[in-house]
Design a protein around this ligand. Structure first.
Ligand SMILES: Nc1ncnc2c1ncn2[C@@H]1O[C@H](COP(=O)(O)OP(=O)(O)OP(=O)(O)O)[C@@H](O)[C@H]1O
Ligand SMILES: [Mg+2]
Length: 348
C-alpha cells in the first residue's frame, strides 16, 4: 500500500493558460480521497499526471515516498479506470479483465478464479464471452472497474467511473466501492463532478476549481465549514443560500431580515445559510413569497422571492405552503456562515 503526494504540481498545455496551478496535496496510505469540481477544472489531468500518462510542467509526484515523476506508467503499480472505459475492442470481457494479470504471469487457474469472482461482484459474471461493442455503457464501465480491481494495485484511480450508470446501480456501485476499499485497504482517488457522490464516498474531499485546490477536508467539515463561497455553493443540494448583509453591533442585517453575527467584523459581508437551516416560523423576521414548490415526497423545497436574491427552504412533507403565499421564516443562527464580499470565509 502507498501514500500519494503532489508537491507544487502545475500544468499548462498552452503557454500562459494554466490548467493546474501549484497543487500540493497528500493522500494518506489507504485513504479514499474524492476529487470533485466542475467540468474542465483539471481533475482528469491531475489523475493522468499521477498515473504517468501526462507530464507535469512543474512540481513532483510521489508514491509511497518515492519520487515517480520520471517513472513510466507501467512501473507505478497504479490501476486507473478511465472516464471513457478504454477497453480493448477486439477482446472479450474476460480477456479485457485478465489482460493485466496475464502480463504479470499470474497462473491461469488463479486468473480464472479472480476474474469470475470480480465479475460476479460487479454483476457482469454472465457477460464474460461478449465483446465491448455488445455491452451497454454501464456494463462497459463495470468491465473497466473489474479490470482494475483484479490487479489489486497499491493505488486505484477512478475517473468518474459511475457516470453512465442508472440511479439504482450507481448507489449499489458506491456501496461496492466502499466495501472494496475496506477489503483491500488500497489508496483510492476518485474523481467526480457529482457533489452527492463526493459526500457519500470519501474519507476526505478535495474541491478543485480553476486548477487550484480550494479545500481538502472530511465531507462534513467541507459541508459545515466551507472555506469560500465557491466550496459552499458547489457542495450541498439544494444549494446554500447567499444573502448580502451588513454587520453592525454583532448583528447581520440583510434585506430579508437579521441574525446574530457574534465576532464577525463590522461592514458588508455575504451570509451563507443552508436550506435546512431556514424554517417557516409565524414569528420569524425573514419574509418571502412562495414562487415554486419542489415536492419530493419525503420533503418539500420552497423557493421564495424576497426583497433580496431569494431563499430556498427545506421543509417536511406536510408543510402548509402554496404558490403565491406570503410566509415568514427564521434562520438557525448556528447554521449561518459569513464570507467577505469577495467570497473568503470569515471565522469569528
Ligand atoms: N491534451 C490536451 N491539450 C490541450 N488542452 C487540454 C488537454 N487535456 C485537457 N486540456 C484542457 O485542460 C482543462 C482541464 O481538462 P480536464 O480533462 O482535466 O478536466 P476535468 O476536470 O476532468 O473535466 P470533466 O469533468 O469534464 O471530465 C480543460 O480546459 C481541457 O480543455
Ligand atoms: Mg475529466
Amino acid at each position: 500500500m502507498a501514500s500519494v503526494e503532489f508537491r507544487g504540481v502545475g500544468k499548462y498545455f498552452e503557454k500562459g493558460v494554466p490548467v493546474l496551478s501549484d497543487i500540493s496535496l497528500t493522500v494518506g496510505d489507504g485513504e479514499f480521497l474524492v476529487l470533485v469540481g466542475p467540468s474542465g477544472c483539471g481533475k482528469s489531468t491531475l489523475l493522468r499526471i499521477l498515473s504517468g500518462l501526462t507530464e507535469p510542467t512543474s512540481g513532483r509526484v510521489f508514491i509511497g515516498g518515492r519520487d515517480v515523476t520520471d517513472v513510466p506508467p507501467g512501473d507505478r503499480n497504479i490501476a486507473m479506470v478511465f472516464q471513457n472505459y478504454a477497453l480493448y475492442p477486439h477482446m472479450t470481457v474476460y480477456d479485457n479483465m485478465a489482460f493485466g494479470l496475464r502480463m504479470r504471469k499470474v497462473p491461469a487457474s488463479r486468473i480464472r478464479e479472480k476474474v469470475q469472482e470480480t465479475a460476479d461482484v460487479l454483476g457482469i459474471g454472465t457477460l464474460l464471452k461478449r465483446k465491448p461493442r455488445e455491452l451497454s455503457g454501464g456494463q462497459k464501465q463495470r468491465v473497466a472497474l473489474g479490470r482494475a480491481m483484479v490487479r489489486e494495485p497499491e493505488v486505484f484511480l477512478f475517473d468518474e467511473p459511475l457516470s453512465n450508470l442508472d440511479a439504482g446501480l450507481r448507489v449499489s456501485m458506491r456501496d461496492e466501492l466502499t466495501s472494496l476499499h475496506r477489503r483491500l485497504s488500497s489508496t483510492m482517488i476518485f474523481v467526480t463532478h457529482d457533489q452527492s457522490e463526493a459526500m457519500t464516498l470519501g474519507d476526505r474531499i478535495a474541491v478543485l476549481d480553476s486548477g487550484r485546490i480550494q479545500q481538502a477536508a472530511p465531507p462534513l467539515e467541507i459541508y459545515r465549514n466551507p472555506c469560500n463561497t465557491f466550496v459552499a455553493g458547489f457542495i450541498g443540494s439544494p444549494r446554500i443560500n447567499f444573502l448580502k448583509g451588513e454587520v453592525r453591533d454583532g448583528v447581520c442585517m440583510t434585506s430579508e431580515g437579521s441574525v446574530p453575527a457574534p465576532g464577525i467584523p463590522e461592514g458588508r459581508c455575504l451570509m451563507g445559510v443552508r436550506p435546512e437551516h431556514v424554517h417557516p416560523d409565524s414569528r420569524g423576521t425573514f419574509r418571502g413569497v412562495v414562487r415554486f414548490l419542489e415536492t419530493l415526497g419525503n420533503e418539500v423545497i420552497i423557493h421564495l422571492d424576497t426583497e433580496g436574491d431569494g431563499l430556498r427552504c427545506r421543509c417536511g412533507p406536510d408543510v402548509d405552503a402554496g404558490i403565491g403565499d406570503e410566509m415568514t421564516f427564521s434562520l438557525e443562527p448556528s447554521g449561518c456562515v459569513f464570507f467577505t464580499t469577495d467570497g473568503m470565509r470569515i471565522n469569528p
